[in-house]
Design a protein around this ligand. Structure first.
Ligand code: M6R
Length: 357
């Protein structure tokens, strides 16, 4: 039930710190050690390449997961849109492990891939919010998201839960492979949970930004580099699916290869600046669009902020920034949809779980 909330989406956005803490509790034992099924650990260790298969927001979480698995656990990862993989399979490695990411566990596009790769005899792990769902039952292993029911069509808490579970999976695999990490993942996730709480308390500020940037616009661009690029794709999906504003996420450096032609006087460009090594470059991209009339909104991370930034995120571990930078994106989309009189929880033409191919 929604309780006092006007929409499930807003309730689910607010639940994210609680979900983070639940995941921390569920995935560690009494000695604060990671607790993962040993069969999953063995399957991860045996894989020479991971193929992540998902759709929509879950695909976007997969892109973030690739960073964790490659950077922490040193396993090559490919992330594929399920509906594409199904009919245009890439050349596979010798010992692949398939990881299906799905909030509902019922997405037909993903299931079609699962059926095919099982026929080929490959192992599969499903990361889902619904253990017992089709994708969970038909895979060899399951990791639970513990996000609780997600009712709004626009996925919010499932995305952050997926990212947190992927981080835990990557760290567990790194441990199993004897790779030393210089941070305590659970402690960093606890810091993220607190940061999320700070952000969900900043609704008034974000509502105002949504009013200023999205009340009447026809389109909007989200830009980022590296980890921020992954989040800009999710930010654009969130905005378009519930507010019907045409929105696109772009890699900052790619703008000049075509998209910058779309920038007009007043076009909203939301730039994420949470990554130290590309901070200088993304700010250069902001100047490029501002010079062509864009109305820029820079959302940066504490420690990297500059005077004119519209919003500054609390500092968290650099790899985990998607977990916090997505929160203002979700809230901006929510308020944009609200101000434009859209049906926030049930956007047109969409269903919560897409059970047709
Ligand atoms: O249940 P799944 O995670 O497999 O669903 C995948 C997509 O249909 C889903 O993420 C969709 O993109 C959401 N409406 C996005 O908010």
């Amino acid at each position: 039930e929604k309780g006092t909330y006007p929409h499930f989406m807003l309730k689910e956005i607010d639940e994210q710190p609680i979900v983070m803490r639940k995941i921390i509790n569920e995935y560690q034992n009494e000695n604060n050690e990671l607790k993962l099924d040993t069969d999953i650990r063995s399957a991860m260790k045996a894989a020479d390449r991971i193929y992540i298969i998902a759709a929509g927001t879950s695909y976007h979480a997969g892109l973030v997961g690739k960073e964790f698995l490659e950077k922490l656990a040193k396993i090559p990862v490919e992330v594929h849109v399920a509906s594409e993989f199904s009919y245009n399979m890439p050349l596979l490695s010798e010992n692949p492990l398939f990881v299906f990411i799905s909030q509902s566990g019922e997405t037909a596009d993903s299931r079609s891939v699962l059926v095919k790769i099982k026929e080929m005899g490959y192992p599969a792990l499903t990361i889902t919010n619904v253990p017992g769902s089709t994708l969970s039952r038909e895979a060899d292993y399951t990791l639970n998201l513990y996000a609780g029911p997600e009712i709004a069509v626009a996925s919010t808490k499932a995305y952050t839960a997926q990212i947190a579970v992927l981080a835990i999976l990557a760290v567990d695999t790194a441990n199993a492979k004897g790779i030393e990490l210089d941070f305590d993942p659970m402690q960093e996730l606890a810091i993220v949970a607190n940061a999320m709480e700070v952000l969900t308390d900043q609704k008034e500020e974000l509502e105002q930004l949504a009013r200023d940037y999205f009340s009447t616009t026809r389109n909007a661009f989200f830009i980022g580099r590296s980890g921020d690029y992954n989040v800009s794709l999710e930010a654009a999906l969130k905005l378009k699916e519930i507010s019907y504003i045409q929105a696109e996420g772009f890699a900052g450096g790619e703008l000049k290869h075509g998209t910058i032609a779309l920038i007009e006087e007043g076009t909203p460009v939301i730039a994420l600046a949470t990554q130290k090594n590309v901070n200088y470059s993304i700010r250069g991209n902001v100047q490029e669009v501002v010079a062509r009339g864009a109305k820029a909104m820079v959302i940066s991370l504490k420690g990297l902020e500059e005077d004119d930034d519209a919003f500054v995120l609390p500092h968290v571990h650099e790899l985990l920034t998607p977990l916090v930078s997505v929160i203002p994106m979700q809230l901006l989309a929510y308020y944009a949809a609200l101000h434009r009189g859209c049906d926030v929880d049930k956007p047109r033409n969409l269903a919560k779980s897409v059970t047709v191919e």
